[in-house]
Design a protein around this ligand. Structure first.
Ligand code: 5GP
Length: 182
């Protein structure tokens, strides 16, 4: 599968080093706070597991499963929460953990929705950031890597629900605006 799909752009070693740094920074920023790390599934699962273990302070874990409607190019802007949190976030410091901020719609929607539950603070951490594709203004507080406008797979990110288990991040060159291989 590794030969057919993708040109590596972030190696496992680069990933490890960057996530360690992010973990250290987050641990220092959230020392003495009531941190709840909210993973956005499915895409964030690999990043989340590594990041959580790199943050060496006590924290809570929780997850949201979301799905977005529409194609990659013509997203409807509707983000559906398929599975909600199990923890109460009121008065807690929420850090949303995303695989990638692309249009920004998911981060915007979740930040708005979860803010209504009165957390003490809410911030966003994304492994990847694609600023060229932004449709709405969102502040991403922690970013692993800024990447160009290319379709990427691996390390949690899929191509038609597969390749999430690729241990590095690769660019899928031949993919059109709908996210379909050409
Ligand atoms: P948004 O456009 O709302 O910022 O991102 C929505 C979701 O689209 C991301 O969480 C991610 O699952 C998916 N996505 C965006 N860009 C890519 C990409 O390059 N590759 C893959 N596999 N998924 C992407």
């Amino acid at each position: 599968m590794e030969r057919i799909f993708g040109r590596p752009i972030v190696t496992q070693e680069q990933m490890r080093t960057r996530i360690k740094d992010l973990g250290r920074q987050i641990a220092s920023d959230y020392a003495n706070k009531d941190l709840i790390l909210v993973g956005i599934l499915k895409g964030a699962f690999a990043f989340y597991a590594d990041l959580a273990r790199a943050i060496r302070i006590p924290l809570r874990v929780d997850f949201l499963v979301v799905s977005s409607y529409g194609s990659r190019a013509k997203t409807s802007g509707k983000v559906k929460m398929v599975t909600d949190l199990t923890e109460n976030i009121a008065g807690r410091d929420v850090l949303l953990v995303e695989d990638i901020v692309d249009s920004g719609l998911t981060a915007q929607h979740l930040t708005k929705t979860l803010s209504k539950r009165k957390p003490k603070s809410i911030k966003v951490c994304a492994l990847l950031n694609k600023p060229d594709r932004r449709q709405v203004t969102v502040h991403v507080d922690y970013v692993g890597f800024e990447i160009p406008d290319k379709y990427v797979i691996g390390y949690g990110l899929d191509y038609q629900q597969k390749y999430r288990n690729l241990p590095y991040l690769a660019v899928l060159d031949q993919v059109d605006e709908e996210g379909e291989a050409t």
